[in-house]
Design a protein around this ligand. Structure first.
Ligand code: ADP
Length: 635
């Protein structure tokens, strides 16, 4: 939250935030709102049909008792009640159906925004902290979009019911006590109307104000509540929620960490904890006051209506109608005031939700199409590129000048932290250079349509991810795929033998999240599948960022040797800190502290005995000296 805690939001600001958030929800789920509105209008107005008809019925019973009229009224009351109920059920079903997708749509909104924003923001821990706070608020007590969504129902139905109630109540004041009623004629004095309305307004405002004051204590402490809720939700169920930590959890009894929330009855959620204290003292006081105040009005309404009936202003049947309509008016005003109070309490939570959705896309996106070339003639050039990560004072890349030769296999080597991954992130335009420019066929890559530019690359990132889905869909990243081509790519990536052992072939599920028939693949196998995915995309550029880190050096070298054949005419970039894997490349770039310090073939680079490559090569060779297979590679 940008404002200081004690700096209160004005009502106008809160209203604006609520309206903007409402628009955000409405735009995403208009049909859900339409179903809701129709259902609410129906259920807010129809109760008055029953109230009106039963008043007529009681009046008839206590008056003329005409059997024909009584029969008609009974039939009318029953039929209308049946019809209203039937239509209500249909509307409710429709609304429930539409609402069943509510949570899906909410989380999809957050997820789509994350994928849509500039990578620089997605990569920023502040964005994830913001989202995590929003989720904590929603999961804790529904603060934020859920309360707004739910509050809409109460607000709309209270407003509508209020109008219905007012319409039914007007005659309570206009029907006069007959002049023959003696002292009771005083009830005709307009001061009574003023007094009743004043009492009603006083009570109906005070009650929800007390209620929302009580609620505001929770809102103020929501941070603590939600964080504890989240921590407890995670650590409290460590065994079931975090299977990856199963072994560590047993050895270190990690589940004990959460006991802080239950300890000595003073933990966040315990009987002597902070929230129990709030509930017992302030909130309890305000809630009890709120409930007490609202019944005072009901009592006064009864006295006034009964006295008017007693004096002959209307029949006995009308007493039920007037009491129920005037208490409805009062109840609905209360409800509107409490909705407004909740809107105000919720505004701070909506504000941080909007902060997330308002993260701007600052990255310039051009509209140029990337020319489709069957000859894969795509030339990329780094022209004096330097780069600092946002918020960082130091350059991660400095004055990188480089031209990719089409079809070349280029290796990028260097120690950890030397800038290899940053170089790839810039190449794939996940970030824009701080200085200098990157060109594709002579044009700055910023001028191209972003998605089309991304299509030029297939990348296996260091921390690549496979989905708990079928093997075929994982490779093709689509449900519909060319099975023969998927198999070919898997075989080329070295997964062919393993594929033979899978009973369901390409339909085999990876991992066991969704089916117990799913297979758990090893780190090395997963990397082969990721390589196959890269091949299937068939982009002119292939980039492998330490893709074989989970393989032993021999298997890694095998993959690379083979990969050179598979890559064929594509331009390929291999990143590795293991130099042995890169010696087969046409050219090797040596990174050190963000700069390209050497460039050449393996043989050329080794000749320079004072060079970085020479130093790294011999530093690594000693680790493999005792391994016969690997030492052959270094021979
Ligand atoms: P390599 O891939 O060679 O191990 P990187 O490109 O990951 O190196 O990192 C180069 C430098 O940039 C390092 O000093 C690293 O700490 C820094 N760096 C990497 N990622 C970020 C980031 N998201 N924010 C700030 N600095 C980063």
């Amino acid at each position: 939250m940008s404002k200081k805690k004690d700096e209160k939001m004005t009502f106008g600001e809160a209203l604006k935030i609520n309206l903007r958030s409402f628009k955000l929800l409405y735009d995403k789920m208009p049909s859900m709102y339409i179903a809701k509105i129709i259902g609410i209008v129906w259920s807010a107005l129809t109760p008055y049909v029953g109230i009106y008809l039963s008043a007529l019925l009681i009046n008839e019973l206590s008056g003329a008792r005409d059997p024909k009229r009584l029969t008609t009224l009974v039939v009318l009351t029953l039929t209308s009640a049946a019809l209203i109920t039937l239509v209500s059920i249909l509307f409710n079903k429709w609304k429930d159906l539409k609402e069943s997708a509510f949570w899906y749509k909410i989380y999809k909104m957050f997820s789509d925004k994350m994928l849509d924003m500039d990578f620089v923001d997605e990569d920023d821990p502040k964005t994830h902290q913001l989202l995590s706070t929003i989720y904590q608020n929603i999961n804790g007590s529904g603060w934020g979009l859920y309360r707004l969504y739910r509050g809409f129902d109460s607000l709309l139905s209270s407003i509508l019911s209020l109008f219905g109630g007012i319409a039914m109540t007007v005659t309570l004041f206009t029907r006069r006590v007959p002049d023959s009623a003696g002292a009771y004629t005083a009830l005709n004095n307009p001061l009574f109307i003023v007094a009743i309305i004043a009492l009603m307004l006083a009570v109906t405002f005070i009650s929800p104000m007390l209620g929302s004051k009580g609620e505001s204590f929770y809102a103020q402490n929501a941070g603590q509540h939600n964080l504890a809720n989240r921590l407890f939700g995670f650590y409290g169920f460590l065994g079931s929620h975090y299977p990856e930590a199963a072994a560590d959890a047993r050895i270190y009894r990690m589940d004990k960490i959460c006991e802080v929330f239950n300890k000595d009855k003073t933990g966040t959620f315990c009987s002597k904890g902070p929230f129990a204290k709030i509930a017992k003292k302030v909130t309890g006081f305000y809630s009890a006051g709120s409930a007490a105040v609202s019944v005072i009005f009901t009592g006064c309404a009864y006295v006034f209506v009964c006295m008017k009936a007693l004096a002959g202003a209307f029949g006995i049947g009308d007493v039920t109608q007037y009491v129920s309509s005037i208490t409805r008016v009062s109840g609905n005003v209360s409800s509107i005031v409490s909705c407004i109070g909740e809107m105000k309490n919720n505004a701070e939570f909506l504000k941080i939700t909007l902060e997330y959705f308002d993260i701007p896309n600052n990255m310039y996106e051009g509209s140029l199409s990337v020319e489709k070339r069957s000859d894969r003639n795509y030339e990329i050039e780094f022209r004096d590129v330097s780069f600092k990560y946002p918020g960082s004072d130091t350059y991660s890349l400095r004055h990188v000048n480089l031209k990719f030769k089409i079809g070349e296999k280029l290796a990028v080597v260097g120690q950890n932290g030397s800038g290899k991954t940053t170089f790839i992130k810039l190449l794939c335009r996940l970030y824009d250079p701080t200085e200098g420019e990157i060109l594709l066929n002579g044009i700055n890559i910023r001028k191209y349509n972003y998605n089309e530019y991304m299509n030029v690359f297939s990348v296996v990132f260091q921390d690549f991810k496979l989905l708990s889905y079928t093997l075929g869909a994982n490779v093709a990243v689509s449900e519909k795929y060319d099975g023969a081509r998927v198999k070919k790519c898997l075989t080329e990536a070295g997964f062919g033998d393993r594929l033979e052992t899978l009973d369901d072939g390409l339909d085999t599920y990876l991992y066991k999240d969704f089916t117990k028939k799913g297979v758990t693949v090893s780190g090395g196998e997963a990397q082969k599948i990721a390589l196959a995915r890269t091949l299937y995309k068939d982009s002119p550029f292939i980039i492998l960022d330490e893709p074989t880190a989970a393989l032993d050096p021999v298997a890694e070298a095998e993959i690379y040797t083979k990969f050179s054949e598979i890559v064929g005419d594509k331009t390929a970039v291999y990143i590795s800190h293991r130099l042995s894997s890169c010696r087969f490349c046409d050219e090797i770039l040596v990174f050190s502290e963000g700069s390209v310090v050497e460039q050449g073939t393996h043989e050329n680079l080794l000749e320079n005995e004072s060079g970085k490559y020479h130093e790294l090569w011999f530093a690594q060779a000693q680790y493999y000296a005792n391994d016969e297979a690997v030492s052959k590679l270094f021979a």
